[in-house]
Design a protein around this ligand. Structure first.
Ligand code: FAD
Length: 307
């Protein structure tokens, strides 16, 4: 039998958990669905130093705290991979690999995924010098040498950002020129702290004492192997939204991100999107939480209009 809720939240990261808190505290019945453990990307984060209220907190600990808050007012949590969402006007149907749910409001909070380069050391040293987020981890590398792998907008923008704390930033790129916008390129070329390595085929993130010590690459022109010494390796070879199940709704842009208005509402009435899955320039816990609060409250306002 189909289970019916006022609100189904898809994704139990910081965005989804906050949306569930606001909606259930407004007395709506709420189901939070996730294909894995609650907490989302916070579970992949060792230390979080930029979430207000905590000098520093481990990602899994913050996940636990947010989960407890979000279920305090009666929201249910269930496992299931969402495969599609059907929009039947005032009623939506969420199809999962473990049954279907009916809801008046659906809040999409499925996040995004950083693309990996797939070399030895990348996985093992994640959180030990390998990072995909300069804003999150840059401060751990004060006065140290770091490397950025990539040559697009994110790589160059984050490389410039890292110069504020790091001693030097080496941008390692597989081509002989950057792909980033010209304005970003100029900013990077003018920055004395930034060095470039061109035509590099990255082979390994090297380590010493279980921490990143450098980036090993082969120069594609000479075939020679080199190592760029670095305490941090920031990888920016792309990021993709987790929006495959929502393709049929007509709410994705050409790259798969979801566009919303300031109330987090998509083009489809009663369907909201929050957190990293949205089209935006900064993806952080504090933002996902803020957007979750808006969507949870908007769910209440929208349901009032249904009569
Ligand atoms: P997510 O946290 O990505 O959660 C999405 C959830 O949706 C996941 O649990 C996933 O399992 C679920 N999901 C996806 N698809 C489906 C589906 N089809 N069916 C069911 N469930 C689905 N931010 C900071 O502010 N400070 C930091 O220090 C920091 N460090 C970071 C370190 C790392 C290594 C990474 C990767 C990110 C870091 N971030 C940090 C960014 C931060 O984690 C994200 O901005 C935040 O988690 C986004 O929250 P979200 O709720 O939008 O999505």
């Amino acid at each position: 039998m189909m289970k019916t809720y006022d609100v189904v939240v898809i994704g139990a990261g910081p965005g989804g958990l906050t949306a569930a808190l606001y909606a259930s505290r407004a007395n709506l019945s709420v189901m939070i669905l996730d294909r894995g453990i609650y907490g989302g990307q916070m579970n992949n984060t060792a230390e979080i130093e930029n979430y207000p209220g905590f000098d520093s907190i481990l990602g899994p600990d913050l996940s636990e705290k947010m989960y407890n808050s979000s279920t305090r007012f009666g929201a249910d949590f269930g496992y299931g991979t969402v495969e599609s969402v059907e929009d039947n006007g005032d009623v939506k149907v969420v199809h999962t690999d473990d049954g279907d749910y009916e809801a008046k409001v659906v809040i999409i909070a499925t996040g995004s995924q950083y693309k990996k380069i797939g070399v030895p050391g990348e996985e093992e040293l994640s959180g030990r010098g390998v990072s995909y987020c300069a804003v999150c981890d840059g401060a751990f590398f004060k006065d140290q040498d770091v490397a950025v792998i990539g040559g697009g907008d994110s790589a160059v923008e984050e490389g410039v950002y890292l110069t504020q704390m790091a001693k030097s930033v080496t941008i390692i790129h597989r081509r002989d020129q950057l792909r980033a916008q010209k304005v970003l390129q100029n900013r990077a070329f003018k920055n004395d702290k930034i060095k470039f390595v061109w035509n590099a085929d990255v082979k390994e993130i090297t380590s010493e004492n279980d921490k990143v010590s450098g980036v090993k690459y082969v120069d594609k022109e000479t075939g020679e192997e080199h190592v760029v010494p670095a305490k941090g390796a920031f990888i920016y070879v792309g990021i993709q939204p987790m929006t495959e199940p929502f393709k049929n709704l007509g709410i994705l842009d050409a790259d798969g991100w979801i566009d919303t208005n300031e109330n987090m509402e998509t083009k489809v009435s009663g369907i909201y999107a929050i957190g990293d899955v949205r089209k935006k320039s900064l993806r952080q816990i504090a933002l996902a939480v803020g957007e979750g609060g808006i969507a949870g409250q908007e769910a209440f306002n929208y349901i009032q209009t249904l009569g």
